[in-house]
Every structure is written in structure tokens, then in C-alpha cells.
Design a protein around this ligand. Structure first.
Ligand SMILES: Nc1ncnc2c1ncn2[C@@H]1O[C@H](COP(=O)(O)OP(=O)(O)OP(=O)(O)O)[C@@H](O)[C@H]1O
Ligand SMILES: [Mg+2]
Length: 274
């Protein structure tokens, strides 16, 4: 679905992304991990159109999307979650969901003037969708709360909810789990899984929490120093010597629980390590 071809991004003398090539398969929840400064966020920014690469190309379903602006990518169903913008902090959760742009009849002044019934029907449809999302994400108790008053984790849920107002094809999530408590993290993980299974969303997820990655992602792509180190199941990549070396000094947060890690143990049971 997404193909990144030899992407380079230079900031002055620093190569933040240095020849990254990777693919994200349609229907997958692909993890993107790697030590701090590996270039993960920069690569997301390039894919989502925040800025163009210094060189290299990005393809969506075979079409070249390199350098397209975020709103053009949005129309093609490629979304990344952003922090709730300042101006949205003074709107309620429900209003935030209803503000997501779409092919809405109500947006056109002409249809508002000549076809008010159509506009009302469209608004009712948007409202119904917002209600569905509020329920899906367990945000009912804060639906009328101002977005600015939400907890960090609830804001993350709202960001995810905003991607659900449109029919996204592929959603990029950068550290949705950061600073989120275990219960909310589970809610976010469940929402991602359901969107993937029930709505066919493809996800690419950057996350340092390996429990979260292990629960959701297959495959996992590992980046280090601006390039792709390896790709495979979470067990395989975490057992990879180069990956272990790349993480030395930074450490892995929340290694998978023992049962999940069992398959990753490079030492066959019963064999003593020297
Ligand atoms: N706008 C910028 N100007 C200059 N350097 C930048 C800029 N953005 C990122 N960098 C540098 O590029 C490198 C890659 O940063 P990036 O944020 O992509 O890493 P990351 O893999 O997302 O790390 P983390 O896991 O810590 O979020 C870092 O050395 C960073 O300092
Ligand atoms: Mg980052």
C-alpha cells in the first residue's frame, strides 16, 4: 500500500533519514521502532506531507505521492494523528469530531442556501457518526467536555477518533502510547485492532513500548541511524543481534511479557549460555 524508496532527509549537515526503503502492506498494523533519533518521526513527517524529502520517493497504491501536502494526502485517505490544535481546545469532544473536514454538503454556501434539507441531513449523519465514535472509544462521559480539559490519554483517543470521521485507508500513529496509563493504552490498542479488522484500516505505528508493539504489530520494521535495519515479527527483530546493538545504551522500554518473549529467546531451553 505504501512504498518508501531510498528516502533521504538532510537537516544542514545531519542526515535524519539516510536512505530508508520500506513497504507497508495493505491491511497490516506495521510497527516502526528504533532508538531515539533513528529518524522515525522525520520519516512519518515526510510520508504525511509535512515537508518533502531531500531525495527519494513515496508511493501510495502505486501512485507517486512524494511532496503532496497533508490535505491532499488526507483526501487520498492517508492520515496521521496530530496533537489537538490550539483552536480546537475550546471546542467540546463532540464538536472536535464534527469539525473534521469531509465531502460535506453543508460546507458549500450554495447548498446551504438552496438545499437546506440536504444540509440538515448531512449534519445529522455527521452527528450520528460522532456519537458512534464517542461510544467506540468510551468517551461518553467527556463528550461535552472541552478538548483542552481532557487528560493526555483522552486527547490521544480523541485524535484517533478524528481519523475515524473519514474513511481512512492508512493511518500513521506516532507514539500514541506516550504518557498514557495502562487502561487507556489498552483502550487505544483495542480501538486500533477493531479499526483494522472491522474497517480495514492499515496502520503504521511508532512506539517505544514493546508490550504495545508485541500486542498489535506484525511486521515490525526497525530503523537505526536513518535507515532500515531489519523487518520481521516482533520476536525475530528483538532477537536480532544488530537490533540489540542499536538499542545498547538507550535500552528497550517494556520488553514483551515472558510468554511473548519466549519465542524471541535466542537460547534454546536447557542450553547454558557461557
Ligand atoms: N527539524 C529538524 N531540524 C534539525 N534536526 C532535526 C529536525 N528534526 C529532527 N532532527 C534530527 O534528526 C534526527 C532524527 O530525529 P527523529 O525525531 O526523526 O527521531 P525519532 O526516531 O523519531 O526519535 P524518538 O524515538 O526520540 O522520537 C535526530 O538527530 C534529530 O535531532
Ligand atoms: Mg519520534
Amino acid at each position: 500500500m505504501i512504498r518508501v524508496e531510498n528516502v533521504i532527509k538532510r537537516f544542514g549537515g545531519l542526515y535524519a533519514v539516510n536512505g530508508a526503503t520500506l513497504e507497508i502492506a495493505k491491511g497490516s498494523i506495521t510497527g516502526l521502532i528504533g532508538p531515539n533519533g533513528a529518524g522515525k518521526t522525520t520519516l512519518f513527517n515526510i510520508i504525511a506531507g509535512a515537508f518533502p524529502p531531500t531525495s527519494g520517493r513515496i508511493f501510495l497504491d502505486g501512485g507517486d505521492i512524494t511532496g503532496l501536502k497533508p490535505h491532499e494526502l488526507f483526501q487520498k485517505g492517508l492520515l496521521r494523528t496530530f496533537q489537538i490544535a490550539h483552536e480546537f481546545a475550546t471546542l467540546t469532544v463532540r464538536e472536535n469530531l464534527m469539525m473534521v473536514p469531509g465531502p460535506q454538503a453543508g460546507e458549500s454556501l450554495i447548498s446551504a442556501w438552496f438545499r437546506p434539507a440536504e444540509v440538515r441531513a448531512e449534519e445529522a449523519r455527521i452527528r450520528a457518526r460522532a456519537e458512534e465514535i464517542i461510544e467506540f472509544l468510551n468517551l461518553g462521559h467527556v463528550a461535552d467536555e472541552l478538548a483542552g480539559n481532557l487528560s493526555g490519554g483522552q486527547k490521544k483517543l480523541l485524535e484517533l477518533g478524528r481519523t475515524m470521521m473519514v474513511d481512512a485507508k492508512v493511518v500513521f500513529l506516532d507514539e500514541v502510547g506516550a504518557g498514557v496509563n495502562r487502561t487507556l493504552l489498552q483502550t487505544i490498542a483495542d480501538a486500533i485492532l477493531r479499526l483494522n479488522r472491522e474497517r480495514g484500516y492499515t496502520f503504521c505505528v511508532i512506539e517505544h513500548d514493546m508490550d504495545f508493539i508485541a500486542k498489535l504489530c506484525d511486521p515490525v520494521i526497525v530503523m537505526a541511524e536513518g535507515a532500515v535495519l531489519t523487518k520481521g515479527t516482533v520476536e525475530a527483530v528483538l532477537a536480532n543481534e544488530q537490533v540489540i546493538e542499536a538499542y545498547l545504551g538507550t535500552g528497550l522500554k517494556n520488553k514483551p511479557a515472558p510468554d511473548e518473549a519466549a519465542a524471541a529467546d535466542p537460547t534454546p531451553s536447557g542450553e547454558a549460555t557461557p
